[in-house]
Design a protein around this ligand. Sequence first.
Ligand SMILES: Nc1ncnc2c1ncn2[C@@H]1O[C@H](COP(=O)(O)OP(=O)(O)OP(=O)(O)O)[C@@H](O)[C@H]1O
Ligand SMILES: [Mg+2]
Length: 203
Amino acid sequence: MCLKCENISFGYKKNNLILNNVNLSLGSGEVLGLIGDSGSGKSTLCKILAGYENNYQGNVSIDGKAIPSKGYNPVQLVFQHPEKAVNPKWKMKDILNEGHIVPQDILDSFGIKKSWFNRWPNELSGGELQRFALARALSPETKFLIADEITTMVDAITQAQIWNIVLDIVKELNIGVLVVSHEKKLISKLCHDVVYLDDINTV
Ligand SMILES: Nc1ncnc2c1ncn2[C@@H]1O[C@H](COP(=O)(O)OP(=O)(O)OP(=O)(O)O)[C@@H](O)[C@H]1O
Ligand SMILES: [Mg+2]
């Protein structure tokens, strides 16, 4: 399978384009890095790829077909700030199983403890919360993972742990991953290939 965006142009305001004529493709099982300066439009592109932003010009498709706007989204986006992606009024077990029942082996891989299930999101650390967000995003129905600075909030050891788990799971499920980061070292360790947003953005 191939996730493609073609000729994407987008601005939050009129006459102020953030992205111009951007093309990118991501294959199943591929781990592709995306690097760019702060404010250059990486998160914006992530949102467009995952269908969170619709007001753009151009085309996003999987194997030439539009991504369905209803039902499970095969393109899962995980953000830098997991607390923004969860409902603060829901207990962790409800957040985790909102879309599907997350299999026990995925929970075990991420080291998610049963005792965390009855907590509120603000009773977990950023790294613990991100494990929930990733476990929830890596369903068997997920075809592509857009990982937007997902480990920026944790220390180097936890970063390596989380990425080892994610890479194991995506390999097993043949998921394609876009790894967005400022850290060139991390990208070169994890990714098969790397794209610089400035090189593909003619804004
Ligand atoms: N909702 C919004 N409304 C208006 N402008 C926005 C919005 N979100 C982002 N922007 C602006 O769009 C530009 C690109 O932002 P974006 O978040 O995509 O950058 P980024 O490359 O992800 O940066 P960072 O590395 O800091 O996360 C920035 O100038 C930002 O201020
Ligand atoms: Mg960003």
